[in-house]
Design a protein around this ligand. Structure first.
Ligand code: SF4
Ligand code: SF4
Length: 109
């Protein structure tokens, strides 16, 4: 199979005939998009209880656990998809998964 890297700049105007049957996208694209926009659940971090074990960082499929100087400092909500893996993996109960609408309501209160 011939692998191609298409120019996706005009992707929205492609017709069905122009769609390749298979292609490999260049790596690192999601960094340039706010992929967290489709999240329905949000992990909320309790910084005070965190032991910086980094289990969440190792487990996150979207590299959305933010680490500085070997310590967790937050969650990248622009790219976190709310899968809950980090919440499941945290052995210390420092992460909780809540609904996005509940998180928004708490912010507005
Ligand atoms: S919910 Fe999923 S994507 Fe978001 S920080 Fe946790 S593991 Fe990463
Ligand atoms: S898994 Fe839990 S305790 Fe470990 S760094 Fe992440 S939030 Fe902190």
């Amino acid at each position: 199979m011939k692998l191609i890297t298409p120019n996706i700049e005009d992707f929205n105007s492609w017709t069905v005939d122009q769609m390749p049957t298979g292609f490999v996208m260049p790596g690192g694209l999601s960094e340039h998009y706010i992929t967290g926009g489709w999240r329905s659940m949000r992990p909320v971090w309790n910084a005070e209880a965190c032991t910086n074990c980094m289990l969440c960082w190792i487990s996150c499929p979207d590299s959305s656990i933010i680490v500085q100087d070997g310590k967790m400092v937050g969650i990248d909500y622009d790219h976190c998809k709310g899968c809950g893996v980090c919440v499941h993996e945290c052995r210390f109960g420092c992460l909780e998964l809540i609904r996005e609408d509940q998180a928004d309501a708490a912010k507005e209160a």
